[in-house]
Design a protein around this ligand. Structure first.
Ligand code: NDP
Length: 250
């Protein structure tokens, strides 16, 4: 399958689950077939969930490619495999969380968060940017978070990685505007996905060396239940974020 004329080529990172998977499916199922989706994931063994949700769009408006945003070669190869290197819309969705008091987290784990959430997106943007500028068209979308705007206890490194991305995009947006390339950030509140499931599992076995009892109590008894309340009360799902992302592209 190939993009037909008039279709926007959309490359999405981290489509094995959660928000990325939903964005891929929502765009591939667009009634007017306006999008040709290149859904990517680092481990193609995880493709079944996406393919099941994509149904008969697979091979038509949706195609699958391996991509690890932390791997230079993988990023280069993935973008080069796109016909004429024409990525009309890049959606940087891949991301990982990290919870716990700073003292309990290794530098290695902290760097992994930046390597994925920050440098992963930067690596992708660097790869598609020259072609977008040449064509004087393009849209770069970044999945940030409310935690890209406000710090949250025991989320120090995760929020820092999203803040970093906010700064990067705000700076770059002005420069790319001159080339008719748009940069957008999406900042969801809590969404019920594998991300959140894993977070709750991590919390269950979390220890709090160096943290004071009030902070721990606030985190466990106020912050976490309220996050759960928010997505339950608002009913905010990955599907909603996907529809919002599609709106941003229109
Ligand atoms: P999921 O854990 O469900 O999905 C994250 C995706 O990123 C997975 O497909 C994962 O792949 C992928 N990924 C991780 N590392 C890499 C890598 N090196 N290369 C390529 N893909 C990678 O989480 P969500 O869908 O919830 O999260 C998506 C984005 O939304 C993230 O950036 C997150 O920070 C953001 N977000 C999430 C919120 C929430 O409450 N869930 C709220 C606000 C923002 P794999 O399966 O291989 O691990």
């Amino acid at each position: 399958a190939m993009a037909s004329e008039g279709q926007k080529v959309v490359l999405i990172t981290g489509c094995s689950s959660g928000i990325g998977l939903r964005i891929a499916v929502v765009l591939a199922k667009d009634e007017k077939k306006r999008y040709y989706v290149i859904a990517t994931m680092r481990d193609l063994k995880k493709k079944d969930k996406l393919l099941e949700a994509a149904g008969d769009t697979y091979g038509k408006t949706l195609t699958l490619q391996p991509l690890d945003v932390c791997d230079d070669e993988s990023v280069k190869q993935c973008v080069s495999s796109v016909k004429d290197r024409r990525v009309d819309v890049l959606i940087n969705n891949a991301g990982i969380g990290l919870l716990g008091p700073v003292e309990s987290i290794s530098m290695e784990d902290m760097k992994k968060v930046f390597e994925t959430n920050f440098f992963g997106a930067v690596r992708m943007i660097k790869e598609v940017m020259p072609d977008m500028k040449k064509r004087r068209a393009g849209h770069i979308i970044v999945m940030s978070s409310v935690m890209g705007l406000q710090g949250v206890v025991f989320n120090d490194v995760y929020t820092a990685s999203k803040f970093a991305m906010e700064g990067f995009c705000e700076s770059l947006a002005v420069q790319l505007l001159k080339f008719n390339v748009t940069v957008s950030m999406i900042e969801p509140g809590p969404v019920h996905t594998e991300f959140e499931v894993k977070m709750m599992e991590d919390v269950a076995k979390m220890e709090y060396p160096g943290a004071d009892a009030d902070t721990v109590r606030y985190f466990k008894d106020v912050y976490l239940p309220s996050a759960t309340d928010i997505f339950q009360a608002m009913g905010q799902t990955a599907e909603d974020i996907a529809r919002c992302t599609k709106k941003v592209m229109e």
